[in-house]
Design a protein. Structure first.
Length: 232
């Protein structure tokens, strides 16, 4: 009887170990982190940038996503994909540059990918813009971009950008005017493109912190151009 009990315990332990081995290295949404933001306050926000005069993706838009498995171990060499297909309602849409100097682009799928390093971190600096709808037009809301790692859903990100006018010229005076109106005069904008200027802080909160981020991006000239064309 004792031998049977011991055998049952051994088999149970082996089953637990086998299950753990199966899950090792598999991305886990609960343990992974989508909130690391190099500039600004960490949160579920992705900021699209432009390019410098030398064609480099603006480092102020850097987003870091950490992928971990069920045992909270980092998952190396995991392909993290951010999909923007839901960030377009026909009137207010995200536009990805048709060439990405920092990440891997799939124009047809409206997605950008990066591979995690040994620490499980995937780094994104995505070049793009928004075509911000006019006053009275409902815009795409928060959390429109979906994130997966090796096909496993990790969550969603809101998408912001300093290039609000949706042209190819980067961040300029028109964008400054649009950001000012969106942040400080909701009557001129709501319910259109306010999620596009939610650079820092809580979802749905648009304030001086957001305008500070925009102003710095505008002044530093890290996004003086965008692309020769956008993905269709």
């Amino acid at each position: 009887m004792i031998r049977l009990a011991s055998k049952a315990m051994l088999l149970s332990a082996l089953g637990v170990m086998a299950a753990g081995a199966v899950l090792a290295g598999v991305p886990n949404a609960t343990n992974s982190n989508l909130n690391a933001q190099v500039f600004g306050v960490p949160g579920p926000v992705l900021i699209l940038g432009g390019r410098s005069g030398g064609g480099v993706a603006d480092p102020r838009c850097e987003k870091q996503i950490t992928v971990k498995d069920a045992a909270n171990n980092p998952v190396a060499n995991s392909v993290v994909t951010i999909n923007f297909a839901n960030c377009d309602n026909g009137a207010d849409n995200i536009r990805l540059a048709n060439t990405q100097p920092f990440n891997t682009l799939n124009c047809a799928a409206q997605s950008v990918s990066a591979t995690t390093n040994a620490s499980g971190v995937a780094v994104f600096r995505i070049v793009g813009a928004a075509f911000a709808a006019g006053s009275g037009t409902a815009g795409v809301g928060e959390g429109c971009a979906t994130v997966t790692a090796d096909g496993v859903p990790l969550g969603a990100l809101s998408v912001a950008t300093a290039d609000l006018s949706g042209n190819l010229a980067g961040v300029g005076n028109n964008d400054f005017l649009m950001a000012s109106q969106a942040i400080f005069n909701a009557a001129l904008c709501a319910p259109c493109y306010r999620s596009r200027i939610n650079y820092v802080g809580a979802v749905g909160v648009y304030d001086n912190a957001d305008f500070t981020y925009f102003s710095q991006t505008f002044a530093i000239n890290g996004s003086v151009s965008n692309a020769a064309a956008f993905c269709p």
